[in-house]
Design a protein around this ligand. Sequence first.
Ligand SMILES: Nc1ncnc2c1ncn2[C@@H]1O[C@H](COP(=O)(O)OP(=O)(O)OP(=O)(O)O)[C@@H](O)[C@H]1O
Length: 336
Amino acid sequence: MDLQGNIRVLARVRPVLEVERNSGQGTDVTEFPTEVELLVKRDEATRSAFEFDRVFPPSSTQEQVFEGVHPLIVSVLDGFDVAIFAYGQTGSGKTFTMEGDAANPGVNTRAMQTLFELGRQRSNDINYTFTLSVLEIYNESIYDLLSDSATTKGERGRGLDIRQGAAGIIVPGLAAVEVDSMEMVTAQLEQANKARAVGSHDMNEHSSRSHMIVCIHVNGVNAHNGAATRAKLNLIDLAGSERVGKTDASGDRLKEAQNINRSLSALGDVIAALATRSKGSHIPFRNSKLTYLLQDCLSGGGKTLMFCNVSPAAYNLGETICSLNFAARCRAVELG
Ligand SMILES: Nc1ncnc2c1ncn2[C@@H]1O[C@H](COP(=O)(O)OP(=O)(O)OP(=O)(O)O)[C@@H](O)[C@H]1O
């Protein structure tokens, strides 16, 4: 598949949930005229139209959604840094898209399976090793979700730093575990989810206010000539994008909302700056931990895919339009 520039933006609309239908909030405002268009009904007479690289309607399966991601996973094995984001308001389906559940595994599981399978197929020519790290960014601090102390100590400390290393961005001290089977990956991700719950009163609320990043480093050594490739795949479940008005929040809640707004707008700014840059111009990667950490994927030879997750229910209309505008802006500035 032609990757058409370095950023692809895909919209995914989840089904109306039973709880929404039962409470009378199930009116669906979305229409899908083609595979790349999404219409949002503002009222009987007015539609807002959006175009993406692909639009997945509510009937789409996890398998169909992953088909849109597969070419990028292949390119990680070929040495490209890749970032895959799920963006959208709380409850729009980001975690379902990235993690899924046991019956409907999402992008994370399918991506790892694909890496292992393709790695095995190429093993006569290239010897791959895979290393897993899992972290979250909460209130502009980076927390390791795989370190032993993360689950046992019950406190999170100051968080980790980011540095520019000789071979790219690094997080000194971040745990990295070599994995070669899905069983090992599943065990590590379970530990990460436990660590994430530490220090949070309500896991669901906490998860919607932090960015969760699963990072797989892929090192390949050519069996015939010893040539080495290295690349990383970042799988990112972003914090909820909803706007929190000053009147709705105070204290910790307001601080969280401000940090989320700041890092999501930094992401939009970086993408816009990359698109319009002249050679040597400044790209504001360091305006947020998220963009600094993902600098290698967002710039240079890296590739990015963004899911814009959308709720189809009428009561979410304002946030839905906002999310779609953000994602459409990222696509409009597609890198050359
Ligand atoms: N494509 C889908 N098919 C069926 N159910 C879905 C789909 N997408 C989301 N859901 C369901 O919708 C609910 C909200 O989804 P999810 O938790 O993934 O949202 P989220 O955007 O990750 O929210 P948060 O920001 O709170 O983490 C869940 O019950 C989930 O199972």
